[in-house]
Design a protein around this ligand. Structure first.
Ligand SMILES: [Fe+2]
Ligand SMILES: [Fe+2]
Length: 270
């Protein structure tokens, strides 16, 4: 894997800052830079693997690829970190800052959706679409839609849920191509699971097809460690469309309150 030296040095605060770091600090910084398996895969220039090659890698890992980001440290030898405590009545902002981070990808996607003039329902869907990957990456669109359903407009939850299925299917009318990332993650001869294919068939005839499709079009992933986008430009949209429970997410006795609590307290042994 190639790492652009200048990107790494800029991320660490420049040549001078790097010169002052001891080797442990440098190792920590490198680990943060390559914080996710996804970043490493995106940087790869190897030929695309086959499904059989993807499967052969499973027993080489100490974790499963579908595990939520909060629950595993994927870098070799890395350990999970002590998490900052959550406030008594956590809001969506607290989860963004304390549990979903790094949130660059969803913030960049929402910023792109805003720039492209998407509706507020779609901008909100883009902002939330991958955040459930903190909890679980496998079937993350479905988990996320369930997590947000009680709090967001129906179309936003629909868009979040089905963006995952539509990511597997190109749509030239929207300029959406099958992503190379998926060829790397799943294998170049991969066939999506039956529920994904069935949902795609359903969506093609659905009047709301465009909602999840627009999430895939604005699903922006670039390996840009310098990009730091704030949640501030989205505060008005969140204020208008996200029903923040006064007791705090996880304390509101909603059907998904336990999911918020699990994200808040991922170190609970039982
Ligand atoms: Fe996604
Ligand atoms: Fe995404």
């Amino acid at each position: 894997m190639e790492i652009k030296r200048e990107n790494l040095i800029t991320t660490l605060g420049g040549e001078e800052a790097v010169a002052r770091m001891d080797s442990e600090a440098k190792a920590d910084a490198l680990e943060d830079f390559l914080s996710t398996e996804l970043d490493k895969i995106l940087l790869s220039t190897d030929p695309f693997p086959t499904v059989a090659e993807v499967e052969a890698k499973i027993p080489t890992r100490h974790y499963r690829m579908g595990a939520g980001n909060l629950f595993v440290a994927t870098a070799p030898g890395a350990k999970v970190k002590v998490l900052p405590p959550m406030p008594e009545k956590p809001t969506l902002y607290d989860f963004f800052a304390l549990r979903f981070a790094p949130t660059n990808h969803v913030l960049q996607s929402a910023a792109l959706a805003m720039k492209n003039g998407m509706s507020e329902e779609i901008i909100l869907a883009c902002l939330l679409h991958d955040t459930a990957q903190a909890l679980l990456k496998a079937d993350h669109g479905y988990w996320a839609a369930q997590l947000y359903e009680p709090y967001v407009p129906e179309k936003t939850a629909f868009a979040i849920k089905y963006h995952q299925a539509l990511r597997f299917f190109a749509d030239p009318a929207y300029g959406y191509e099958y992503p190379d990332l998926y060829r790397r993650l799943f294998g170049e001869d991969y066939v999506p699971l039956p529920h994904i294919r069935a949902d795609y068939e359903m969506l093609k005839k659905h009047p709301w097809y465009e909602a999840p499709r627009l999430v895939t079009v604005n699903d922006f992933y670039s390996f840009d460690p310098k990009a730091k986008i704030s949640i501030d430009p989205f505060r008005e949209i969140i204020g208008r469309h996200f029903k923040q429970p006064k007791e705090g997410l996880g304390n509101d006795n909603s059907p998904v309150a336990h999911m918020w609590r699990t994200i808040a307290h991922p170190d609970m042994a039982l």
